[in-house]
Design a protein around this ligand. Structure first.
Ligand code: NAD
Length: 265
């Protein structure tokens, strides 16, 4: 059995670093043409494109702030024009602006909700419109596939990160609602909820002494790497997951298994 995305086009947001970058690279390795969205790091996005091309694949870098409707519209138009269609959208771009609730500014609340939740809504809306407009394509059983990058914090409360946790809880509910709404079109909407994955977003918490404390929360005994999430995304996007609709795949080494109960609670 082979996982293949040959003949398909994947757009990955926030793909100039971390999980998004690994997802773009893994989708390209599975045969997809890949659009590498970036916001603030054009050189890094070009490195991803160069890496895909040197491995024999096809990719383009596309700038967009996912919280800006016009940027999102232009990004989808650019990719559809370049490759003729879009089969897979991974709404991955996200950010943290952490603060204790009493000190959190309204700007920091709004910024995180705008990028993490509204950004995914805008990309989902554009993806669904694009899938419907282009119609059934030969390389995929589904009309289109949307993957929403959530977090274990869609279910685990996270003191000091109320904006981030609220955005991910919103993504969970949005993902299921969209899945229910568009499944009859043949569009599969699913989510991935990563646990602790070592990337720029959490560099401080995943190194040194902080990493030791973190490991207590991970039954499987290691901090994740971006490829752990990328492999799940490739499977979810592929026809091997064709009957998977409205599901959140937790890629977390068991973090959501209440690890503190291992010692009898
Ligand atoms: P990261 O900081 O490397 O990646 C985030 C990406 O989003 C960056 O490339 C950044 O440029 C991009 N981005 C930020 N604002 C943007 C905007 N307005 N428009 C377009 N792009 C924008 O961190 P990461 O860990 O790779 O995070 C990727 C996703 O995974 C996020 O949604 C994050 O919440 C989620 N996640 C990460 C972890 C983890 O442990 N690393 C765990 C759970 C969920």
């Amino acid at each position: 059995m082979e996982i293949s995305l040959k003949g398909q086009v994947a757009l990955v947001t926030g793909a100039s670093s971390g999980i998004g970058r690994a997802v773009a690279e893994a989708m390209a390795a599975a045969g997809a043409k890949v659009a590498v969205n970036y916001h603030s790091q054009p050189e890094e996005a070009e490195k991803v494109v160069a890496g895909v091309e040197s491995a024999g694949g096809e990719a383009i870098a596309v700038e967009a702030d996912v919280s800006e409707p016009r940027d999102v519209e232009a990004m989808f138009a650019t990719v559809a024009q370049k490759y003729g269609a879009i089969d897979v959208v991974v709404a991955n771009a996200g950010m943290q602006k952490d603060a204790a609730v009493a000190e959190m500014t309204l700007d920091d609340w709004r910024k995180v909700i705008d990028v993490n939740l509204t950004g995914q809504f805008l990309c989902a809306q554009a993806a669904i419109r694009q899938f419907r407009a282009q119609g059934q394509r030969p390389a995929s059983k589904a009309l289109g596939k949307l993957i929403c990058m959530s977090s274990v914090h869609e279910v685990i409360p996270w003191a000091g990160h109320v904006n981030y946790a609220a955005s991910k809880g919103g993504i969970a509910s949005m993902m299921k609602t969209l899945a229910q709404e568009v499944a009859e079109d043949g569009i599969r909407v699913n989510g991935i909820a990563p646990g602790a994955i070592r990337t720029a977003i959490n560099a401080e918490e995943t190194e040194g002494e902080a990493a030791k404390a973190l490991l207590k929360l991970i039954p499987y005994g290691r901090i994740g790497v971006a490829e752990d999430v990328a492999n799940a995304a490739v499977w979810l996007a592929s026809d091997l997951a064709d009957y998977v609709v409205g599901a959140t795949l937790f890629v977390d080494g068991g973090m959501t298994l209440y690890p503190e109960f291992r010692g009898n609670g």
